[in-house]
Design a protein around this ligand. Structure first.
Ligand code: AMP
Ligand code: MG
Length: 355
């Protein structure tokens, strides 16, 4: 398949005309990757079963992992759902457009392939101007998982989508950096109190300020990887760089010492090592480590939004350098830090040492 790359510049007059062709391709059953405020998405007409099947094929995504439907107008919720839960309106008012996905009872309009046979559907309204204009122009709800090969770190730049999906999709829209950098928060509002199925761009604290009571998301751990989780996607190893990854948690000086010791051992074996650190902790590592390790800082711990924004790009940078083992510090779980820790834990396949 020939993949067309369309670079969209939102600073020029009538910029949205640059999306006309991609919108037509979407409407008529093609696959279009596009930027959102969270990560890049791989979109298809959600009401076209054959088009949605092509998403699973292009990504190599397991068919039991349902997709989020993206809309540009909250009125579309009525068509996609039945018995809209009472909490929905307040959440949509507070967080849409934005990185919050609501899981609600589905309507018969939604093909089984989108929900992986569940009786619920996940819906979100993105705030990114390109995502929003594309969906509006296509005139159909758009099913869109992240635009990566299944299991790889999610794409935050068009070049990441090109790495994974070139030749497998019709169009890749290049709209620059996806700022939030982690996926949307998935919230199940079919139960009272609502349950966070995946922490993401809207924080637990923000949800509590609207709902009062919210369950889940406290543990960014791997407890949701076994059994039959409510959000099927959460059981898979995810977001992973090619390297083996290990997280080390504890007092910063001890973490740096432990990582340093292990890095020396790996280096003696001839294994190439990457270290994922933060601006505050970078100086705690022995200067000699910098000569044989690839060291990347996620940013400042004072700005958890920056850590989130940089995370997936940094994981892909280690891959570009051919690093075989990545050792990473853990982060605080306040605010969006919870989503960052969740992605780190998944990327590491639960591989963590607590000092
Ligand atoms: P992705 O779009 O690749 O970030 O993945 C979408 C996430 O939403 C996955 O973790 C899915 O399991 C989850 N999801 C989608 N639809 C539903 C649903 N109806 N119920 C629960 N989780 C869902
Ligand atoms: Mg994904």
């Amino acid at each position: 398949m020939k993949t067309q790359i369309i670079k969209v510049d939102t600073s020029i007059k009538d910029w949205d005309k640059q999306l006309d062709q991609a919108a037509e391709i979407l409407r008529s059953g093609g696959l279009v990757a596009f930027p959102t405020e969270t990560v890049y998405g791989l979109g298809a007409n959600a009401l076209d079963k054959t088009a949605v099947e092509a998403i699973y094929r292009a990504k190599g995504r397991p068919s039991d992992n349902p997709l989020i439907i993206h809309i540009s107008d909250a009125a579309a919720v009525k068509d996609l759902t039945e018995n809209i839960p009472e909490t929905a309106q307040a959440l949509m008012d507070a967080f849409w457009p934005g990185p919050l996905t609501l899981v609600m009872p589905r309507s018969q309009l939604v093909p089984d392939i989108v929900t992986a046979g569940l009786d619920t559907v996940a819906v979100r309204m993105p705030s990114h101007p390109i995502a929003s204009a594309l969906i509006r122009k296509a005139g159909v709800p758009v099913a869109a998982p992240s635009a990566n090969s299944s299991g790889r770190p999610s794409p935050t730049l068009a070049k990441h989508v090109i790495e994974d999906l070139m030749g497998k999709v019709d169009v890749i829209i290049d709209g620059g950096n996806a700022e939030v950098g982690v996926e949307s928060t998935v919230l199940d509002i079919t139960v009272i109190p609502p349950v966070i199925l995946r922490p993401g761009g809207v924080t637990l604290e923000q949800l509590k300020s609207v709902l009062g009571d919210v369950i889940g998301g406290q543990s960014p751990g791997m407890s949701d990887m076994s059994g039959t989780p409510k959000s099927p996607g959460m059981k898979y190893r995810h977001y992973s760089p090619r390297a083996t990854m290990l997280l080390v948690e504890g007092p910063p000086e001890q973490v740096a010492a432990e990582i340093g010791k292990r890095a020396e051992l790996y280096n003696k074996e001839g294994t190439s090592v990457g270290l994922l650190v933060t601006d505050e902790t970078a100086a705690l590592y022995e200067p000699s480590l910098y000569s044989f390790c690839k060291v990347i800082s996620l940013g400042s711990r004072k700005e958890p939004e920056t850590l989130a924004s940089n995370l997936f790009r940094c994981l892909r940078e280690f891959d570009e350098k051919g690093v075989e083992v990545i050792m990473a510090e853990t982060t605080d779980v306040e605010g969006i830090g919870l989503a960052v820790m969740n992605r780190l834990m998944k990327a590491a396949g639960g591989n963590i040492i607590k000092l």
